[in-house]
Design a protein around this ligand. Structure first.
Ligand code: F3S
Length: 283
């Protein structure tokens, strides 16, 4: 049985940066360190951060002055941002620069008089944060069918959650173009996402079974799973090696493995180790 990896998978630039900033802060041990949400969408890495001293809290009232607050890769809402600015907390901002750019561009679209359409998952923390910067005045869609019964004003600005599939974005934009006079489009899907999705799909078409490793709440992992499943029905989303569908490996020649942008390499290694043990037992 052969294991094949795509050209691009695993930690992206924004996740790596957030992880480094977090551990550097924890190592200093100068003040107690807090976070209001996961730093990245990886249950395993979140557990490790807790073990090294990161405290998760629900709101800022739980923090005293002289504390560190780490902002995760998906950023924070405008409301929290202004609360923090008025406090004496030391802020370590690990917001991915690509995510920060979406906040800025969305705010600007509204300021310039465009009605904003966000292509993304409304429940995801990144989209919730984008909405906060424009007081929720936007519609959020994750496919063009959702636009069917919506009447849009003449000037529409479109942005995307950074991890959306490019084809979904293109379909929504072309649907809007047919409906309104003026459309301003910011293709805010990050390049790391595009590369990972394209190379995962390439591998999915060449293997008997495709494994996508990553947190259940990770939007980019869910998108990778969805895209690969369209190409290869034998695609499975695993959070770690415990979810490995061993029964499905019977008579399999080629296994493809990819992972979400937040998935640590050691989680991937454990899956590979379990496959190799299974292979050895089959001989
Ligand atoms: Fe940033 Fe793109 Fe990663 S938005 S967190 S570099 S997937």
């Amino acid at each position: 049985m052969e294991i094949i990896f795509p050209e691009y998978y695993g930690w992206c630039f924004g996740v790596l940066r957030a992880i480094e900033l977090t551990y550097q802060t924890l190592e200093k041990k100068n003040f107690p360190t807090y976070a209001l949400s996961e730093i990245i969408h990886s249950p395993q890495e979140t557990k490790r951060m807790k073990e090294r001293g990161l405290n998760f809290i629900l709101d800022l009232s739980q923090i005293k002055d002289n504390s560190n607050l780490i902002i995760g890769a998906f950023g924070i809402s405008s409301y929290l941002r202004s609360q923090i600015n008025q406090s004496k907390i030391t802020v370590i901002d690990a917001t991915c620069p690509y995510v920060r750019e979406v906040f800025y561009l969305t705010e600007k679209l509204k300021r310039d008089g465009y009605y904003v359409v966000i292509v993304g998952n409304r429940k995801h923390i990144e989209v919730q944060n984008i909405l906060s910067y424009i007081e929720g005045e936007a519609i959020v869609v994750d496919n063009c069918r959702q636009l069917k019964n919506i009447s849009l004003p003449h000037r529409v600005g479109v942005v995307s959650q950074t991890t959306q599939p490019i084809n979904t974005f293109k379909k929504v934009v072309s649907n809007i173009v047919e409906k309104v006079k003026e459309v301003k489009v910011h293709r805010t899907i990050c390049y790391e996402t595009v590369k990972r999705q394209a190379s995962a799909q390439d591998i999915a078409s060449k293997v008997d079974i495709m494994l996508v490793i990553g947190g259940r709440h990770s939007e980019n992992t869910k998108n990778l799973h969805r895209l690969c499943k369209r190409i290869n029905v034998n695609t499975y989303h695993l959070e770690d090696e415990k979810d490995l569908p061993l029964k499905m490996l019977k008579r399999v020649q080629k296994v493809g493995i990819t992972s979400g942008a937040s998935t640590p390499q050691w989680v991937i290694d454990k899956v590979v180790e379990k496959i190799n043990k299974y292979k050895a037992l089959q001989k």
